[in-house]
Design a protein around this ligand. Sequence first.
Ligand code: SAM
Ligand code: SF4
Length: 333
Amino acid sequence: MVTTSQKLIDQFGRQVDYIRLSITDRCDFRCQYCMAEDMTFLPRNDVLSLEECARIVKVFVQLGVTKVRITGGEPLVRKNALWLFEEVGQLSGLDELVITTNGSQLSNQAQQLKQAGIKRVNISVDSLNPERFKTITRTGELAKVLAGIDSAIAAGFEGIKLNTVLMRGMNDDEAVDLVQFAIDKEIDISFIEEMPLGDVNHARESTFVSNKDTLALLKSKYTLLPSALTTGGPAKYWRVADSKTKIGFISPHSHNFCESCNRVRITCQGELYLCLGQEDKIELMPLLRNHPNDDAPLIEAIINSMKIKPKGHDFDLQRAAPAVVRFMSHTGG
Ligand code: SAM
Ligand code: SF4
């Protein structure tokens, strides 16, 4: 028997209080490390409806989840996504509704997102050079994203963070410029180590840049003070002295964070993945569609999923094939 005071605790005693929900596999960009150039996207009926997304979020919040990140694909290209944000933005028990976006639609949408209850925005930017930006994203226009960042700043979110994936020979000489950009805009920035996800036909072993090297470079240019901030994930934060900026280093190859892992991911097909780097999952879509007016089976399955949340992930750059062949745009970043 399920009571609404039930929390999600796995077999290692970790409480899951954070979900990342991908609301679409589609995107207006084709970033080299994330997608193939020629992607086939899912048929509409195989993707969760926005009502199904709202139902999932509500159930997780009932089960003690306090933070929800909406991601994709590019969440802001999903038609009527604002309806979902408004629907869940004011849920009692939910402390933080946040979003990860490529920023291409933000100049039109930032204000409405803020009003809907989105507290913080992560915006992915890998280069400040328009041609390079186009090469990395294959279709993206830097000017649009920069305008989107300014609109987000004007909208007054509680936090704005840039996300950057550095790749050797592509943009690894821009770490300092990107940090200076963040300092000038009074926002934060995180460097994400590239993960072996998806068959993107891109030579990761030769382009991989370790956060250890990036941190050493940045320490030679700025005074960095360790920050106590922790999100229960693979990020470590530093404060840049005499600025409002924090720098995060998201190092998924290190195993140090798995013991405090507090999150699960839900794909736009309703697959509940218990770990970014492992295959363990359960399918929520049939539970939603076979029981349109009864949440009990969904709640029970989510509680039971805690028994199969793995202890840690298993990434290895040296392998011939990726450890996990899911695209990041599928699982959600
Ligand atoms: N489209 C949105 C965006 O780009 O921010 C949200 C989805 S995207 C999959 C989320 C994050 O995952 C982005 O910051 C992106 O840079 C990152 N990402 C995608 N593929 C990655 C990979 N193979 N390794 C590391 N980060 C990756
Ligand atoms: Fe799209 Fe984001 Fe993937 Fe780039 S990283 S292709 S913007 S989903």
